[in-house]
Design a protein around this ligand. Structure first.
Ligand code: NAP
Length: 509
């Protein structure tokens, strides 16, 4: 709860500030801005801060890393800065000379806006500043140690301790390093929330003049989430990474069993040297293709659900919702595996074992050393299609970068992610089919009765591609298109879509 705007008298220095905000002489900017100690003494209220919005006196409590970086940034942006410390003499040398380092009480008295740059466990030591901070804006920059599911947040606790001040939560997502380098590097976003819109807009103004972009997160209750944000460890990547690792483990063990264990068990042949490169290299494309199929599978499934329901207004289950929102991460994991596969493949001839194989084959002679048109064509096609697939995947990966996707309109984005994405899936599937060639019909490929890996890998991509093909059948596509425009099976409203013949609306599945 914020203090009444007229609770307290105006500060003695206020008139100087009011005059100074419109045109501030250059000399004035350079002069040590805070003269004497705590001139007016009495706390100013929020109205005063708002009227001084262009150049409020900014206080910082604490002299740690965050405080020092913030002070530098504020001074560079032309603000008067007064830092409150328990031991001002010890800390003064750490701050730019334009900033005044004084006692906590003096800083609280002088400042209009006060950044609380101390750890939350020490907030209780600040209670004696309550009077001095009444009616002022307190910015809570603290971060927690653990993700909290519910409040109170540190900012809410601070607001409880200082009921007569206006608490704004913010800057906790910005590191001391980002503050020092300015907004040139690092994240430029500062998330802010407060129950006082006036206080929030003043802090927003402060953000902007420091070169940051402020994002209004709503009331102070949002501070629980704002405090959690720096603590999350790749939340949207967890499932895609687990899926990638699980698939890698599965296919690696499968390939190991077939290609390394089988020759050892059946004929005592030790090919364990294949484990670091060969086995990894046949595992990576398998993972990549399955992940790519998983990118497009939920879209196709969602389209079929909508066709079955005859409406788009039924909610998808939570798992499908989450799957749909993780497609970008799955796609990037797929790209990473494909890229690694390409690098491993290029390095294959460098290995000693590969050279020995060539010498041995040449020495032995026989069909392996003779020109075989079928094998030559197969390899040429296999490599060419693989390069195409990797090229398309690279394009998708680049287009998913926010700086690139922000410059694409919806049609361009969906063209790249859908049409080119499906083209990549087709190319990667062809790459695998050409690799398999006739191996599915060769008996000795079924080692330990396990089918060749490519047969397992092809299941999901084929299902997705066939599903997608089914959605392009004109009557199905048209029905889906109507549903996506709001038509519902149960409601008998007839309408015709403009350009009904176009199938474009289903491309985004
Ligand atoms: P720090 O380097 O440890 O500084 C904390 C400061 O708090 C001390 O220098 C001390 O200054 C002051 N303080 C006041 N009362 C205290 C007490 N009773 N006991 C101990 N210290 C007391 O910490 P920091 O990295 O600047 O972080 C400060 C706040 O900013 C934390 O809440 C943190 O979560 C937040 N934050 C930090 C960063 C970052 O990159 N560092 C980023 C975002 C948010 P005096 O001795 O001069 O009084």
């Amino acid at each position: 709860m914020c203090a009444s705007p007229h609770q307290e008298g105006a500060h003695g220095r206020k008139s100087r500030w009011m005059a100074g905000t419109s045109v501030m002489p250059h000399g004035e900017m350079k002069r040590p801005l805070i003269e004497g100690g705590g001139g007016g003494g009495a706390s100013r209220h929020l109205e005063a801060s708002m009227s001084d919005a262009d150049c409020p006196v900014v206080g910082i409590l604490g002299t740690g890393d965050f405080s020092r970086s913030l002070a530098r940034r504020l001074v560079a942006s032309g603000y008067q800065v007064v830092v409150g410390s328990r031991t001002p003499k010890r800390s003064v040398a750490l701050f730019p000379e334009e900033a005044e380092v004084t006692s906590q009480m003096e800083a609280a008295n002088q400042a209009d806006v006060v950044f609380v740059a101390v750890y939350p466990e020490h907030y209780s030591t600040l209670v004696e500043l309550r009077q001095a901070l009444a009616g002022k804006i307190l910015v809570d920059v603290s971060n927690g140690m653990h993700v909290k599911q519910e409040g109170p947040s540190h900012a809410q606790q601070l607001a409880e301790q200082f009921p007569e001040s206006c608490v704004v939560k913010g800057f906790n997502t910005v590191s001391a390093w980002t503050l020092q380098t300015g907004a040139r590097d690092g994240s430029r976003q500062v998330l802010l929330c407060s129950d006082s819109s006036k206080a929030k807009s003043l802090v927003m103004q402060l953000c902007r003049s420091m070169g940051f972009i402020s994002v209004d997160m709503g009331p102070l209750s949002a501070s629980v989430e704002v405090e959690n944000l720096p603590l999350y460890l790749f939340p949207s990547w967890r499932v895609p990474i687990i899926a990638t690792l699980a698939l890698f483990l599965f296919f690696y063990l499968y390939n190991f069993t077939r290609d390394v264990l089988h020759p050892f068990v059946k004929s005592g042949k030790s090919v364990f040297y294949k484990m670091p490169i060969d086995t990894v290299n046949v595992t990576l494309p398998s993972v990549s293709l399955v992940l790519l199929a998983l990118v497009y599978m939920p879209g196709v499934y969602a389209a079929f659900l909508q066709l079955m329901w005859g409406t788009k207004y039924n909610r998808f289950s939570d798992w499908l919702d989450r799957w749909l929102t993780r497609r970008k991460q799955l796609g990037l994991c797929s790209f990473l595996c494909a890229l690694l596969h390409a690098i491993y493949s290029l390095c294959l001839p460098m290995r000693k074992s590969a050279r020995y194989d060539i010498y041995a084959a040449a020495k032995k002679g026989g069909p392996e050393t003779e020109w075989n048109d079928e094998k030559v064509w197969r390899m040429e096609l296999y490599v060419s299609v693989g390069i195409m697939a990797l090229g398309l995947l690279s394009l998708l990966a680049v287009a998913s970068l926010p700086s690139v996707s922000n410059n694409l309109n919806w049609r361009e984005f969906s063209f790249i992610q859908s049409r080119l994405g499906y083209s990549a899936l087709i190319m990667a599937t062809l790459h695998t089919l050409i690799f398999g060639w006739n191996r599915a019909f060769v008996a000795d490929q079924y080692r330990f009765l396990l089918p060749p890996t490519f047969m397992l890998v092809l299941v999901l991509p084929c299902v997705v591609l066939l599903g997608r093909l089914a959605l392009t059948v004109p009557c199905v596509a048209q029905r889906l298109r109507r549903i996506r425009r709001g038509w519902e099976k149960g409601r008998h409203i007839r309408f015709t879509l403009p350009g009904d013949q176009s199938l474009e609306d289903i491309t985004n599945v």
